[in-house]
Design a protein around this ligand. Structure first.
Ligand SMILES: Nc1nc2c(c(=O)[nH]1)N[C@H]1C(S)=C(S)[C@@H](COP(=O)(O)OP(=O)(O)OC[C@H]3O[C@@H](n4cnc5c(=O)[nH]c(N)nc54)[C@H](O)[C@@H]3O)O[C@H]1N2
Ligand SMILES: Nc1nc2c(c(=O)[nH]1)N[C@H]1C(S)=C(S)[C@@H](COP(=O)(O)OP(=O)(O)OC[C@H]3O[C@@H](n4cnc5c(=O)[nH]c(N)nc54)[C@H](O)[C@@H]3O)O[C@H]1N2
Ligand code: SF4
Ligand SMILES: [Mo]
Length: 714
C-alpha cells in the first residue's frame, strides 16, 4: 500500500501571529503544510513562508552530532553527547571557579519553546547563580515589555486578534504588518473591506510599505520622531475635547503631568520635526479621538530605538486618555515578532526577569522561585544580568569569558558586527546550539550542539495575543540532534544538578513551570498538554474549567499596587547618532516578505529566494540623484562602524534622507558584509534595546563590483 500522508495539527514556527497549521507527513518527513481552519489566529489562512516550510526542514547543513574543538585553530571533532557536555561542564566550572559566575553568559531566542526556555533559565539563574541569561527578544520586544510594565503594572499585550473585527480605527506604528504579520494584516484588510466608510487605518512609517498601501492615511514621518507625532495627537485630542475624563479620573494616575507635557506639542511643532503636514496630524488625532474602538498595532519601528520605551509609553498614553483599553476592539497591541517571544517573557527569559513576570531585583520574587526550585534564596543573584549587547561588550572586554548561544545567529543579527566578531574571537569558550552547523555564528564555535528543530520536538508557544498552542513532535530529528530543553537538562546533570534536572519529557518541564505561574498575571494552572491538544488557550487560565482570557483589564483593574494605570510623560529625544556632513543620510533596517531573519531556513526554499535573491538598499530618488546613483547600480554604504555593498533601488516610496536595507544576508551567504556591520549598538536606557532602526550613513556609487555585489573591497 502507498505510504499515505498523515496530517497533524501544530503551529507555524515563524512569526508571532502563531497560525495553526496542519502538517502532512509522508515517509517520515513533512510533505505539505496547510492552514488549520479551526485555529483562532488564522482560521485556515497561511502565508508563503509557511507554505514553503517543507524544503527548509531537511536541507543540507544540519548539525547532526556534537562537535568539539579543544584547541583554537584545531579542527572540530565529533564527540558523544556525554563527552561533549562533560567538556562544556568542565570548562564552565573552571571559569566560574577563577572568575565567578558572572563570567559566563547564555544568549537564547524567542524561537525556543517555553519548556526549552524554562529549563535553561532554571539552570542559569537558579543553579549557576548568574542572571546572565538574555535573548534576542532584547533586540525585539524589550521596549514593549518595559512600557507595559511601567504603565499597566505588568507585561502582557491586553488585546486579542478577535478585537480586530470589533475595532473601527487602526493606528499602525512602525510595523510593516503586510509583510511581517501577513495573516493579521489580511484580517485587518478584511475588516476594512467589511465597513469601508467607518473603519479607518493610519500607518506611520517612513517608507510607503505594502501596509501603507491599504491605509486611509499614511504618515511618512522622519525616523525617530514618533513621540512628537503621538504627543501632538494627544494634545489635539485634549484641545478638541476628545478624551475620556471619567476613565482618566477613575482608573489612572499621572494625567496632569502628561497633559502639561503634550500641550507643549502643538501640531505645528510636531509637523516640523516629523516632516508631515500639520493637517494630517490633526486628521489622525480626530479619527483616533472620535473612534468608538481604537487599536494601535506596533512593532520594530517603535521598539528598536533609544526612545523605544518612551515611544511605547506615548502609545499607551493615547489609549489611557481615550479609555481605549479593556474594551472590545480597543487597546495598545504590541505585535510580537518570533513565535514564542511571549513565552520567553512569561518564563522570565530576559536577564532582569524570573518566571511568572517576576523580577530578579525583588527579594520576595526570588524567594518564591528559589522555594520552588529547592534552592536557598541567596542562590539566585539579586543583580540584573547582562542584556544581549552588553554580553558581547563584556566578552570583547574580557569581563565575560564564556558564551552559550542557543537558537539565534548573532553574527548576522546583532548590531555593530565588528563588536560581535571581536567578542566571539576573544571569548575563551563559545558554545553554539543550533539546528544548522553552517551559520555565521557557528564559524566561531568551540562546541556545536545539534538541536532538533520544528517539528522534531514537542512543546508550547505563546503568540502575540497570549494564546498558548501545543506543538507535537511529528518527525524524528536527524543524526543525534536533541530538543533544546533536553540539551539543557543533560548539561545541568553534567554540571552536577541531577535531581533538579531529572525531567524525562517536555511535559514534565511544562508541569513544573506551571507551578510558578499560580497567582501571577500569567497564571496557566488550568492548562495541560492534554487540554492544549484539543485547542489553544489565552492566558490567564487559572483553573481547568476556566475558558481562558481574550482581553486583559476588562474590569479596569490594572496590575499596579493601587489598581490604576499610570500615565507617564515622555518627550521626543533625538536618536543616538544623527546625520552630519560626513554621514548625511539615515539608515533604517528591517525585513522583506519572504525571508526569515538570517535565512538558515527560508534561504533553503527556492520559491522564497527567487524574488529577492540578494541584498539591496532602498534610497529616495532625490538622494540617489545627489549621490550619482541610478536604479540597479551598486552602492557602497558606509557608517562609522563599517561598510556594505548592495544594489540600489531608487524610489519615491521612502522619505527623503532615509535609506532602508533588509538585514537578512550574512557572510555565509557569500556577501562581503552584512547590514549589521553598519548599525549602532546604542540602546534605550530603560529597556536596553538597541537602535537597529537608526544610524547615520553615506552612500556612493561603485562601478566595479564583482557580480552580485560580492565585491572585494580593500
Ligand atoms: N517576512 C518576515 N516576517 C517576519 C520576520 C522576518 O524576518 N521576515 N521576523 C519576525 C520578527 S522577529 C519581528 S520582530 C517582526 C518585525 O516586524 P516589523 O516591525 O513590521 O518589521 P521591520 O521591517 O523590522 O520594521 C517595520 C517598519 O518600521 C519602519 N520604521 C523604521 N524606523 C521607524 C521609525 O522611527 N518610526 C516608525 N514609525 N517606523 C519606522 C520601517 O520602515 C519598517 O517598515 O516580524 C516578524 N515577521
Ligand atoms: N539590522 C537589524 N538587525 C536585527 C533586526 C532588525 O530589524 N534590523 N531585528 C532583530 C530582531 S527583532 C530579531 S528577533 C533578531 C533575529 O535574529 P536571529 O535570532 O539571529 O535570527 P534567526 O535567523 O531566526 O536565528 C535563529 C537561529 O536558530 C536556529 N534554529 C532554528 N530552529 C531551532 C531550534 O529549534 N533550536 C535551535 N537551537 N536552533 C534553531 C536557526 O538555524 C538560526 O541559526 O534579529 C535582530 N536583528
Ligand atoms: S503569518 Fe506568521 S505564523 Fe502565520 S503562516 Fe505566516 S509566518 Fe506563519
Ligand atoms: Mo524580532
Amino acid at each position: 500500500m502507498k505510504d499515505a500522508a498523515r496530517a497533524s495539527g501544530s503551529i507555524c514556527p515563524y512569526c508571532g501571529v502563531g497560525c495553526g497549521v496542519s502538517v502532512a507527513i509522508e515517509g517520515g518527513s513533512v510533505s505539505r503544510i496547510r492552514g488549520d481552519a479551526r485555529h483562532p489566529a488564522n482560521f485556515g489562512e497561511i502565508c508563503a513562508k509557511a507554505v514553503h516550510l517543507a524544503p527548509t526542514i531537511r536541507p543540507s547543513g544540519r548539525a547532526l552530532y556534537p562537535l568539539v574543538r579543544e584547541r583554537r585553530g584545531g579542527a572540530l571533532m565529533r564527540k558523544s553527547w556525554d563527552d561533549a557536555l562533560d567538556y562544556v561542564a568542565r570548562r564552565l566550572r573552571a571559569i566560574i571557579a577563577s572568575s565567578g559566575p558572572d563570567a559566563i553568559a547564555f544568549y537564547g531566542s524567542g524561537q525556543l519553546m517555553t519548556e526549552d526556555y524554562y529549563v535553561f533559565n532554571k539552570l542559569v539563574k537558579g543553579f549557576l547563580s548568574t542572571n546572565n541569561f538574555d535573548t534576542n527578544s532584547r533586540l525585539c520586544m524589550s521596549s514593549a515589555v518595559a512600557a507595559y510594565t511601567m504603565a499597566l503594572g505588568s507585561d502582557g499585550p491586553p488585546c486579542a486578534y478577535a478585537d480586530i473585527e470589533l475595532a473601527d480605527l487602526f493606528l499602525i506604528v512602525g510595523s510593516n504588518t503586510a509583510w511581517c504579520h501577513p495573516i493579521t494584516s489580511r484580517r485587518l484588510e478584511k475588516r476594512k473591506r467589511a465597513d469601508p466608510e467607518r473603519v479607518k487605518i493610519i500607518v506611520v512609517d517612513p517608507r510607503r510599505t505594502e501596509t501603507a498601501d491599504f491605509a486611509d492615511l499614511h504618515l511618512p514621518i522622519r525616523p525617530g520622531t514618533d513621540i512628537a507625532l503621538l504627543n501632538a495627537m494627544l494634545s489635539t485630542m485634549i484641545r478638541e475635547g476628545l478624551i475620556d475624563d471619567d476613565f482618566i479620573r477613575q482608573h489612572t494616575t499621572g494625567w496632569s503631568a502628561v497633559r502639561d507635557r503634550v500641550l507643549e506639542w502643538p501640531q505645528a511643532r510636531a509637523a516640523q520635526i516629523c516632516q508631515v503636514p500639520e493637517g494630517e496630524i490633526a486628521r489622525a488625532a480626530r479619527w483616533f479621538g472620535r473612534a468608538e474602538a481604537a487599536m494601535t498595532l506596533w512593532s520594530m519601528g517603535v521598539n528598536q530605538s533609544t526612545s523605544g520605551t518612551a515611544k511605547a509609553l506615548a502609545i499607551i498614553n493615547l489609549h489611557l486618555a481615550s479609555g481605549a483599553i479593556g474594551r472590545a476592539g480597543c487597546g495598545p497591541f504590541s505585535l510580537t515578532g518570533q513565535p514564542n517571544a511571549m513565552g520567553g517573557r512569561e518564563v522570565g527569559g530576559l536577564s532582569h526577569l524570573l518566571p511568572g513576570y517576576r523580577r530578579v531585583e525583588d527579594s520576595e520574587h526570588r524567594a518564591q522561585v528559589a522555594h520552588l526550585w529547592g534552592v536557598e534564596p541567596e542562590r539566585i543573584s539579586a543583580r540584573r544580568g547582562l542584556s544581549a549587547v552588553a554580553m558581547f561588550e563584556g566578552l570583547a572586554r574580557g569581563a565575560v569569558k564564556a558564551i552559550w548561544i542557543i537558537c539565534t545567529n548573532p553574527a548576522v543579527s546583532m548590531p555593530d558586527l565588528d563588536l560581535v566578531d571581536r567578542a566571539l574571537r576573544y571569548a575563551e569558550l563559545v558554545v553554539v546550539q543550533d539546528s544548522f552547523e553552517n551559520t555565521d555564528t557557528a564559524a566561531y564555535a568551540d562546541v556545536i550542539l545539534p538541536a532538533a528543530q520544528w517539528p522534531e520536538k514537542e512543546g508550547v508557544m505563546t503568540n502575540s495575543e497570549r494564546r498558548i498552542s501545543y506543538l507535537p513532535r511529528l518527525v524524528d530529528p536527524p543524526g543525534e540532534a536533541l530538543p533544546d530543553w533536553e540539551i539543557a537538562a543533560r548539561a545541568a546533570r553534567a554540571l552536577g544538578f541531577s535531581e533538579a534536572f531529572s525531567f524525562s519529557s517536555a511535559e514534565a518541564a511544562f508541569e513544573e513551570y506551571k507551578l510558578l505561574t499560580r497567582g501571577r498575571p500569567t497564571d496557566i494552572s488550568g492548562l495541560s498538554y492534554a487540554r492544549l491538544r484539543s485547542g489553544p488557550v489565552q492566558w490567564p487560565c487559572p483553573d481547568p474549567h476556566h475558558p481562558g482570557t481574550p482581553r486583559l483589564y476588562s474590569d479596569y483593574k490594572f496590575n499596579t499596587q493601587d489598581g490604576r494605570a499610570r500615565f507617564i510623560a515622555v518627550d521626543n529625544l533625538p536618536p543616538a547618532e544623527m546625520p552630519d556632513a560626513a554621514f548625511p543620510l539615515i539608515l533604517t533596517t528591517g525585513r522583506i516578505r519572504n525571508q526569515w531573519h538570517t535565512m538558515t531556513r527560508t534561504g533553503a526554499a527556492p520559491a522564497l529566494v527567487k524574488a529577492v535573491p540578494e541584498p539591496y538598499i532602498q534610497i529616495n530618488s532625490e538622494d540617489a540623484a545627489a549621490a550619482g546613483i541610478t536604479d540597479g547600480c551598486f552602492a557602497e554604504v558606509r557608517s562609522r562602524r563599517g561598510l556594505f555593498v548592495a544594489q540600489a533601488r531608487v524610489t519615491a516610496e521612502i522619505a527623503r534622507g532615509v535609506c532602508f536595507i533588509p538585514f537578512h544576508w550574512g557572510r555565509q551567504r557569500g556577501f562581503f558584509k552584512a547590514a549589521n556591520n553598519l548599525t549602532t549598538r546604542a540602546r534605550d536606557s530603560i529597556s536596553e534595546q538597541p537602535e537597529l532602526k537608526f544610524c547615520a550613513i553615506s552612500v556612493r556609487r561603485v562601478d566595479d563590483p564583482a557580480p552580485s555585489g560580492r565585491m572585494i573591497v580593500k
